[in-house]
Design a protein around this ligand. Structure first.
Ligand SMILES: Cc1ncc(C[n+]2csc(CCOP(=O)(O)OP(=O)(O)O)c2C)c(N)n1
Ligand SMILES: [Mg+2]
Length: 662
């Protein structure tokens, strides 16, 4: 792409850009002052010196376009339309702030303004914007998404993965790298092999351009050209805007600033605000009087914003708790399961098919899910039925295609993303733990992230240590995530439908042996099972076994054997691990007075510890024996089949553990 100077920004647009630059500058100056006085706490990253980029990029956008921002995000938020009073209130941690005091400076954003969050995780804006761009593409509207990020972020894997994904799918996303030449204290020349970051675009077959980020007009014109391409369906552009931050990395500045004074002085002389002002005066777009009146109005706005923040209420504990999860839908189960039998995979497939037919916002992506239906065939036939737009084979880049799912969910879709084998989730933990789980909370409790991330976990088919883990405990520990693990075909369908309809990110875990061995009655009708409702798979009065996922059929098998010995076992499948139906377990323990918990994951730090502690707290008086846990020893999954059988709890070991309690 060439720098095209044939368009001239409309005077109105230039005035708007200039005014926003002044508002950002004044906001940053005031924030620094308030930080030094201890009124703004924690940390904040000043955008002073970089104002031209946000102001011009956002001035080129239209209604419905998205941006994603990062830790240096005040300027992006202001340029995208935020009010300074609610921003100040947020920086002061107040209830009236854009994030109700839950986000603060690093996360200041507002979804109603089309801001997909401001990220404290360097580089995360890129997959999120790519996802929002995918949402606009699937919806067929002409909106775009912009990712703002620094030079440091361009060394993250998600930078490369996002450019590749956006390029292969021709997504309307614009990557705006604000190259202020330092990442904290490290110069980009020392971390970046190419001379200019824009050169990297060539590797993904997209246009890349380096521009003067302190020249507001140039930023605007180049952005407009990139937008034209994006809106015409021609895909992403990488814009590298060279700039400089005037202050230290953050207001908390606890590291020495390594930048040479001559370099700082040189860049101070390239002040983007003064340059724009000079241009507007010489082009007769603004008079000195206009500039004075802009100054006066910005001063008043800042003064009012500070007063608004100081006068605002502190947030309260209850509204903080409400911000963690969107309310779950209420569902009722069918009165009868009928007599049509489906396998576990077929039941999941039917859930996807019926929800996709019913709701146009549901779409699928993952490795090999389209052409072949995934390695366990869960999405078999769905690409033929719903087309390539809604069933997408992804590159092997978990961090980015899951992040793309998060971005699409924030932007209004209901993505279902498959992790081919759940061990690979380790590559995308940031997107689940720091992004999906925290987005609603950090933005003050209004946005929703209706995302399902599903796939096979566990052992039993000799795939060894990196393809066999049971990782549910990782996710139950994270506030903001729902964790579901169905054990029957009936539950698989009803819970997947509930997961898709839920407004929270759901981790949906399918034990591999269940695909192969489980089948059972599944109603043809579309139904959803309430999240947080356990199922008593078998009633009994002598002992309660709480079993999860692949352990449920084994626990039922053990119960049948014990029945022959006159021992009456109740088997409970929680079905959802968060929210957990403690009540059903407590009621059972009140009846049987004995509790055995069985899961496939390692016992140590496993989810059984949580159930055990909770029942110990709430039903201790009803227990006639210590609570017992059965799971894997503290070892990765071995390849050898005899050893694999020893690691995964068998029916025989469940029986032995039951006898110990009786
Ligand atoms: C994944 C991650 N690694 C490290 C950090 C700590 N950190 C915060 S900002 C920063 C430098 C980022 O540099 P750059 O992307 O160039 O943005 P800039 O601060 O210069 O605007 C670092 C290392 C982080 N927040 N997230
Ligand atoms: Mg930087």
């Amino acid at each position: 792409m060439t720098k095209k100077n044939i368009f001239i920004a409309e005077p109105e647009t230039q005035r708007k850009i200039y005014t926003n630059m002044r508002r950002i500058r004044a906001f940053e100056d005031k924030t620094t002052e308030l930080f030094e006085k201890g009124v703004v706490k924690g940390t904040a990253h000043s955008y002073k010196g970089e104002e031209a980029i946000a102001s011009s990029v956002c001035a080129a956008l239209m209604d419905g376009d998205f941006i994603a921002s990062y830790h240096r995000g005040h300027g992006h938020c202001i340029a995208k339309g935020a009010k300074l009073d609610r921003m100040m209130a947020e920086l002061m941690g107040r209830q009236t702030g854009y994030c109700q005091g839950l986000g603060g400076s690093m996360h200041i954003a507002n979804l109603e303004l089309g801001i997909l969050g401001a990220n404290g995780i360097v580089g995360a804006a890129m997959p999120l914007s790519t996802g929002a761009a995918l949402a606009t593409k699937i919806n067929g509207n002409k909106n775009v998404a912009v990712a703002f990020f620094g030079d440091g972020a361009s060394n993250q894997g998600v930078f490369h993965e996002s450019m590749n994904l956006a390029a292969v799918w021709s997504l309307p996303v614009i990557f705006v790298c604000e190259n202020n030449q330092y990442a904290l204290t490290t110069a980009y020349r020392d971390t970046t092999a190419v001379k200019q970051i824009s050169e990297r675009a060539a590797a993904y077959g997209i246009p890349g351009v380096t521009i003067d980020g302190n020249d507001a007009t140039e930023v605007y014109l180049v952005m407009r050209e990139a937008l034209e391409r994006a809106r015409a369906g021609e895909g992403p552009t990488l814009i590298e805007a060279m700039t400089y931050r005037w202050g230290q990395h953050s207001l908390r500045a606890n590291l020495q600033d390594p930048r040479p004074q001559e370099e700082i002085d040189d860049w101070l002389s390239k002040d983007p605000v003064t340059r724009m002002e000079t241009n507007l005066l010489s082009d007769d777009i603004l008079t000195k009087k206009d500039i004075q009146s802009i100054s006066d109005s910005v001063d008043t706005e800042i003064e009012n914003a500070v007063k608004y923040g100081i006068d605002s209420e502190q947030p309260n504990f209850e509204s903080m708790i409400d911000a963690v999860y969107a309310p779950h839908n209420k569902h009722t189960e069918p009165s009868s399961k009928g007599d049509r039998v489906l396998s576990y995979s077929e039941a999941l497939n039917e859930a996807l098919e019926q929800e996709m037919a019913k709701d146009k916002t549901v779409f699928l992506m993952g490795e090999d899910v389209g052409t072949t239906g995934g390695i366990f065939q869960v999405s078999k036939g769905l690409m033929d039925q719903f087309g390539r737009e809604r069933v997408r084979d992804t590159p092997i880049s978990e961090a980015t295609f899951v992040g793309c799912g998060v971005g699409a969910a924030i932007a209004g879709m209901r993505p279902v993303v498959e992790i081919q084998i759940f061990d690979f989730v380790a590559l995308t933990m940031d997107m689940l733990v720091n992004q999906a789980a925290k987005f609603r909370f950090m933005l003050g409790g209004n946005p929703t992230v209706p995302l399902v991330v599903r796939g096979p976990q566990g052992g039993g088919i000799r795939l060894a240590a990196q393809h066999s883990q049971s990782l549910e405990a990782w996710f139950t520990h994270i506030p903001g995530l729902v964790v579901v693990a169905p054990s029957t075909a009936y539950d698989a369908k009803g819970l997947l439908v509930a997961a898709i309809r839920d407004n929270n990110p759901v981790i949906f875990l399918e034990q591999k042996l269940l695909y192969l061995n489980e089948s059972g009655p599944v109603p043809e009708e579309l139904y959803a099972i309430p999240l947080g409702k356990a199922d008593v798979k078998r009633e009994g009065k002598d002992l309660t076994i709480v079993a999860t996922s692949g352990m449920v059929p084994r626990a039922i098998g053990a119960a049948k054997t014990l029945e022959k010995e006159g021992i009456d076992v109740e088997v409970i499948d929680p079905r959802t691990l968060h929210p957990l139906d403690e009540e059903t377990i407590i009621n059972s323990v009140k009846k049987t007075n004995r509790l055995l918990i069985v899961h496939e994951a390692c016992v140590k730090g496993g989810f059984g510890a949580e159930i055990s502690a909770s029942i110990g707290d709430k039903a201790f008086d009803y227990l006639d024996a210590p609570i017992s846990r059965l799971g894997a020893p503290h070892t990765p999954m071995p390849y050898n089949d005899r050893l694999e059988l020893e690691v995964i709890p068998s029916q025989e070991r469940i029986i032995a553990a039951a006898y110990k309690l009786l």
